[in-house]
Design a protein. Structure first.
Length: 330
């Protein structure tokens, strides 16, 4: 039987831990899909009883066995509830990475703890992967219940990022997705520090299917994202993939120098035809502007090198192989 692991990052989600497990269980129990599923909770340094709640659930479920045989022997790979707990809050991106690194199943899905990602979709995702897709992501098609301003900035973010970086992000594409083992391996092979999961997904490629879903309200607890948090998430995402800002200086410097050149030619021409004019302020202005422009231009050149260093230190793999018929052994 195929195996499936659900990676669930949790930050202060004590009320959602059990709820999530039960909803997922209900979905799989009631369906024909035959898959050996389990959950990996990643406790991201929660300040409430999240870890306790996870441990209690693990004890209950793992040792009772699915059919209620108390004390049944459970090896690591058949544990229904697994968890990783951080020493402090490292953020959702780190939690996702920890979960992916710990996973071993054929299929791995990322899912929020708060049930905003409807578990029913898991069935559809399993089907899509069975049919040959490598990744199946859920795309939010309505933003009901979300502040208008937030939707606006979200749209703006996707527009800017798709224009200015080599990444292609699907608007509304969530972190709720299921992937096959090779995709997981590719994701965790990205060693960079500033991790922007959405961008990394787009970077690693693979055949992706998007299925639409509607926004659901949180089951319990409250969102840990403030508007500021979201803004900083967006900015991080942008800078993790874009080097365009570093390039602005080159153009700006070039522009200033070009304008100065035109003005100074006119100035020199006028001085030559009408004799010296004014008190030298114009000359000074031109000199200052010229040096200003040149300095910006040189900063831009430094920026170009910095951009390359920035990309190099990320130490990303050069490419990701999906299939080959060459084996190293033999
Ligand atoms: N989360 C996390 N670490 C954090 C913040 C959030 O692991 O520092 C988890 C959180 O527990 C939830 C998911 O990331 O499972 C999404 O968070 P949330 O629901 O607060 O975000 P929203 O749905 O409002 O975008
Ligand atoms: Mg949420």
């Amino acid at each position: 039987m195929k195996t499936l692991e659900l990676v669930v990052p949790c930050y202060n989600e004590e009320k959602c831990i059990r709820l999530l497990y039960e909803s997922v269980k209900k979905v799989f129990d009631e369906s024909e899909v035959d898959i050996d599923w389990s959950v990996i909770y990643v406790n991201d340094g929660s300040k409430d009883g999240t870890l306790n709640e996870i441990q209690r659930l693990a004890e209950e479920v793992n040792y009772a066995g699915a059919d209620g045989n108390a004390g049944a022997d459970v090896s690591a790979c058949t544990k229904k509830i697994k968890y990783v707990s951080f020493s402090r809050n490292f953020g959702k991106e780190a939690a996702i990475n920890a979960g992916l690194s710990a996973s071993t199943a054929d299929y791995v899905a990322l899912m929020d703890a708060d049930l905003q990602h409807p578990p029913e979709l898991l069935l559809e995702m399993v089907k899509e992967l069975d049919e040959g897709y490598d990744v199946c992501g859920a795309r939010r098609v309505s933003r009901k219940g979300e502040p208008v301003i937030r939707s606006f900035f979200s749209k703006l973010f996707y527009m800017v990022i798709n224009r200015m970086t080599s990444m292609e992000l699907v608007p509304g594409g969530s972190d709720f997705r299921m992937m096959k083992r090779p995709v997981v391996e590719a994701m965790v092979s990205m060693p960079e520090q500033g991790r922007f999961t959405k961008g990394i997904f787009s970077w690693v490629g693979f055949k992706t299917k998007w299925i639409p879903y509607h926004n659901v309200e949180r089951a319990a607890g409250q969102t840990s994202w403030s508007f500021r948090g979201l803004a900083s998430y967006a900015i991080n995402g942008f800078f993790a993939f874009a080097t365009t800002p570093l390039r602005i200086a080159v153009w700006l410097g070039f522009l200033v120098d070009a304008v100065t050149l035109v003005v100074s030619i006119r100035y020199i021409y006028r001085s030559l035809t009408y004799g010296a004019i004014g008190n030298g302020v114009g000359t000074l202005t031109i000199i200052v502007a010229f040096f200003g422009g040149t300095i910006i231009l040189i900063l831009g050149v430094i920026g170009e090198y910095l951009a390359r260093i920035y990309l190099e230190v990320k130490n990303r793999p050069l490419y990701i192989v999906k299939e080959t018929n060459i084996t190293l052994e033999e």
